[in-house]
Design a binder for this molecule. Structure first.
Ligand SMILES: NCc1[nH]cc(CCC(=O)O)c1CC(=O)O
Length: 307
């Protein structure tokens, strides 16, 4: 049997898709996974800060069209790029074991975040990173940095920046963890919702594909990302607003920490909620509600108005 896996063409997407292909073929000797390359809008617009392009799901829309058309059977996404609302008939419900969810600093001369000289130029295009960086190091000059991983590292190496911030997971998956000069603690930079996790998307009615993909599902990852994504759904935010959420599990207890900030890092609301691992959606939704009521709503409205 052949399963067609729709993938973006970036090196990271291909690495992730090939990893899933291998894992499936290892478990199901009579299944063959065939990669089908799909170009997304997010891959074409590489010169404009993503926040300005707007629109959720820039990296997934064309892939979802291919899924709905039946040109492909499933797709592997970086979960943090996947909006909470999906087209009718599709679902993202299989989550393999999460890679490192934290952000990483890559500095040209090996310095850590707090050792960067005053006024150092730091590249990132994520509003979440920008807001939190400005809160701890208001002196840094933060500038937009887009493009795939190689492009971003090249811009650092060419001297356009003193340091850049990237998700540790992408670097690790590509074998580039040697470039990391500091893994930044979630206490300083709360990660993006779903960062470091993969989400596998398929047609809800395709039971055979679901059965095969389910074998890759990782329980702890699934509980954590379900809580984080319920928080995101309550905030109705895409990755274009300064929000983050990070879930951890100890025993039967789930802790979810959420963040809502404004772009200049002047207002940052950070709250935590704990509960049972049995109901991650409840914890995510409740934390979202509590944070909106505690001033998050006003912060988000001001961010949206500025656009
Ligand atoms: N928004 C881009 C994006 N989407 C997924 C990753 C890689 C890490 C991951 O799987 O979370 C990245 C790059 C980055 O943020 O540095």
């Amino acid at each position: 049997m052949i399963l067609r896996l729709g993938t973006r063409k970036s090196k990271l997407a291909l690495t992730q898709s090939n990893w899933v292909k291998q894992e499936i073929e290892k478990r199901f000797p009579d299944v063959q996974v065939e990669l089908v390359k799909v170009t997304t809008k997010g891959d074409k617009i590489l010169d404009v800060p993503l926040a300005k392009v707007g629109g959720k799901g820039l990296f997934v829309k064309e892939i979802e069209e291919a899924l709905l058309d039946g040109r492909i059977d499933f797709a592997v996404h970086s979960l943090k790029d996947v909006p909470t609302e999906l087209p009718q008939g599709l679902e993202v419900s299989v989550f393999p074991e999460r890679e490192d969810p934290r952000d990483a600093l890559i500095a040209r001369d090996g310095k850590g975040l707090m050792e960067l000289p005053p006024g150092a130029k730091v590249g990132t295009s994520s509003l979440r990173r920008m807001a939190q960086l400005r809160a701890v190091r208001p002196d840094l000059v933060i500038e937009s940095l887009r493009g795939n991983l190689d492009t971003r590292l090249n811009k650092l190496d060419e001297g356009h920046f003193d340091a850049i911030i990237l998700a540790a997971a992408g670097l690790k998956r590509m074998g580039l963890s040697g470039r990391i000069t500091e893994i930044i603690s979630p206490e300083v930079l709360l990660p993006a919702i779903g960062q470091g996790a993969l989400g596998i998307e398929f047609r809800s009615e395709d039971h055979e594909t679901r059965r095969i993909l389910s074998s890759l599902s990782h329980e702890e990852t699934t509980i954590r990302v379900r809580a984080e994504r319920a928080f995101l759904a309550r905030l109705e935010g895409g990755c274009q607003v300064p929000i983050g959420a990070y879930a951890t599990i100890e025993g039967n207890e789930l802790t979810l920490e959420g963040l809502i900030g404004d772009e200049d890092g002047k207002k940052i609301l950070r709250m935590k909620k704990m509960g049972s691992v049995d109901d991650p959606e409840f914890i995510g939704d409740e934390l979202g509600k509590e944070m909106l009521d505690a001033g998050g709503k006003e912060i988000l409205e001001a961010v949206y108005e500025g656009k």
